[in-house]
Design a protein around this ligand. Structure first.
Ligand code: PGA
Length: 238
């Protein structure tokens, strides 16, 4: 079964989330695809209530602590009670815009598991790292940082998202994706049975060939997940 996940980033407040789901009606998808949407925290409850049956909801980010004096933050437990069943951890924007470290990423994986959320851990290299021949080193380091907590997880997913392909219109070739997915799977070792998704400028026009690539178990879609028709076409491509 392929996974098609949409990361709405800082788009789609509650009103827009419910409008999205009034137009996202995936009745023909059946059992071949698992659809997940990651709305902003403020829209979780609305999205959970409005999403069609079978569509799973996840939170984009959590704080490692369950509660406390952390103004502006959302805990895993709160996200869960608002309707999330998955959590996105280590997205490249968290790592590169907000400066999150591998250690913080591991802490958020632990927090998500504590609350019963399924972690979706994002990994991926920058263009400079790729050009310097560090693809394997970077992926290994990012996977190694979360291997211990993931070892205790009832289930989890990894999303390989080359930073140079996120929001740029530049997509990895199916061969690039297959190579990186194999490296991630190798780094996971005995945990390598988990689904590994590809992310980075996935669109209706390229989703099918990416998902047909060896070892690509689904896609994590940013921009193209904001439009119900295009997200539906991507889900159909699975
Ligand atoms: P994009 O984003 O599809 O807009 O490139 C992917 C992501 O950041 O998860």
């Amino acid at each position: 079964m392929k996974v098609v996940a949409g990361n709405w980033k800082m788009h789609m407040g509650p009103d827009e989330a419910s409008a999205f789901f009034s137009r996202f009606t995936p009745d023909a998808l059946g059992d071949s695809v698992r659809v997940v949407v990651f709305p902003p925290a403020v829209s979780l409850r609305t999205a959970r209530a409005a999403a069609p049956k079978g569509v799973e909801i996840g939170v984009q980010n959590i704080h490692p602590e369950p509660s406390g004096a952390f103004t502006g933050e959302t805990s895993a437990e709160m996200a869960r009670s608002a309707g999330a069943s998955l959590v996105l951890v280590g997205h490249s924007e968290r790592r590169h815009v907000f400066g999150e470290t591998d250690e913080e990423t591991a802490g958020k994986v632990r927090a998500g598991l504590r609350a019963g959320l399924i972690p979706v851990v994002c990994v991926g290299e920058t263009l400079d790292q790729r050009r310097a021949g560090k693809l394997e080193t970077v992926l290994r380091r990012q996977v190694e940082a979360v291997r211990a907590p993931l070892g205790d997880a009832p289930s989890f997913m990894i999303a390989y998202e080359p930073v140079w392909a996120i929001g740029t219109g530049e997509t990895a070739t199916p061969e690039d994706a297959a190579e990186a997915h194999a490296l991630v799977r190798e780094a996971l070792g005995d945990l390598g049975g988990a689904p590994i998704l590809y992310g980075g400028s996935v669109k209706p026009g390229n989703a099918g060939e990416l998902m047909a690539s060896p070892g690509v178990d689904g896609v994590l879609v940013g921009g193209a997940s904001l439009d119900p028709e295009s997200f539906l076409r991507i889900a159909e491509a699975a």
